[in-house]
Ligand binder design. Structure first.
Ligand code: ADP
Length: 247
C-alpha cells in the first residue's frame, strides 16, 4: 500500500470547457474548482448531460480543457501533448467505463495484460502480473475465457483488473455499475472499494446510484457547470448501503 500524502493528488482551478458545435458554443464548466486528497473515494453525481464524463476525460487527459489548470498526480495535464498524454494515462490512470470495452478476440488474462504490453513489458511478465490481478478480482478460474463467455459483472471485474494492472495512482470510474443489476452492481462496488483501500488508490466514481455514492468518502454534485458538496444527513437511515463507520 502507498503511504498517504498530504498534498492533493487532484487540483483543478478555474476550469472552463466549451465545445464548439455546428449549433454554436456549448459551455459545460466555467470557474470549476476541485481538490481531491490522496486516498479519497469521491462520487460525482449529476443529471445526464451535466458534464460528468467530460470532467473525467479532462482529468484522465483524454480531452483538453478550454481554460484553467488541471493538476493530476503532480502533472498539469492541460499542457501535455498527445504522446505525453498517452504515457501519463498508461502510468498514472486506471479507467473503467459503463461498458467494459474488453477486446472480444482475446482471453481475460490477455485483456488484463494489455496495458503492460503497451508499456513494453515482456509477454511472460505481463501475463504473470495479469494472472495475479485476476486472482485479486476473484476470477483466477476464468483467465482463458473470452469476454463473451463471462457475465456482465465478471466482465467489469476483468475491466477493473485491466485498469489497475499497471499500478496507477488514480482510478477514474465512469458509471462502472450502470449496466448491471442491483445485486451485481453492489458486488462490483464492494470490489472497487476493496481495491481502492488495499492499493492505496485515489478514486473518482461517476454514478447515478445514490446508495453507492453514500458509501464514498465524499459526494459532489455537478450542476450549473460547478461542483457542489452533497450531504447525506441520515446516511444510515436513507441509504441502506451506507456504512456508519465511514465519514
Ligand atoms: P454526462 O456524463 O454528465 O452525461 P457528458 O460529459 O457526456 O455529460 O456531456 C455533457 C454535454 O457535452 C452533453 O450535452 C454532450 O452532448 C456534450 N458533449 C460531449 N462531448 C462533446 C463533443 N465532443 N462535442 C460537442 N459536445 C459534446
Amino acid at each position: 500500500m502507498r503511504a498517504q500524502e498530504s498534498s492533493p493528488i487532484i487540483q483543478v482551478r478555474n476550469l472552463e470547457k466549451t465545445y464548439r458545435t455546428a449549433r454554436g458554443a456549448l459551455t459545460l464548466f466555467q470557474g470549476l474548482d476541485l481538490t481531491i486528497a490522496t486516498g479519497e473515494l469521491v462520487a460525482i453525481v449529476g443529471q445526464s448531460g451535466a458534464g460528468k464524463s467530460t470532467l473525467l476525460h479532462i482529468l484522465g487527459a483524454l480531452d483538453a480543457p478550454t481554460a484553467g489548470t488541471v493538476h493530476c498526480a503532480s502533472i498539469n495535464v492541460a499542457t501535455l501533448n498527445a504522446r505525453e498524454a498517452a504515457v501519463f494515462r498508461n502510468r498514472e490512470i486506471g479507467y473503467v467505463w459503463q461498458f467494459h470495452y474488453l477486446l472480444p478476440e482475446f482471453s481475460a488474462v490477455e485483456n488484463v495484460a494489455m496495458p503492460l504490453l503497451a508499456r513494453g513489458n515482456s509477454r511472460r511478465e505481463a501475463l504473470d502480473t495479469a494472472s495475479n490481478w485476476l486472482r485479486e478480482v476473484d476470477l483466477e478460474g476464468r483467465s482463458e475465457h473470452r469476454p463473451g463467455e463471462l457475465s456482465g459483472g465478471e466482465q467489469q471485474r476483468v475491466a477493473l483488473a485491466r485498469a489497475l494492472v499497471g499500478n496507477p495512482r488514480l482510478l477514474l470510474a465512469d458509471e462502472p455499475t450502470g449496466d448491471l443489476d442491483e445485486t451485481t452492481a453492489g458486488r462490483v462496488f464492494d470490489l472497487l472499494e476493496r481495491l481502492h483501500l488495499t492499493h492505496g488508490l485515489t478514486s473518482l466514481l461517476v454514478t447515478h446510484n445514490l446508495d453507492l455514492a453514500a458509501r464514498c468518502t465524499r459526494t459532489l454534485r455537478l450542476e450549473g457547470g460547478r461542483l457542489h458538496a452533497m450531504d447525506f444527513p441520515s446516511k444510515a437511515g436513507l441509504h441502506p448501503g451506507a456504512r456508519a463507520d465511514r465519514s
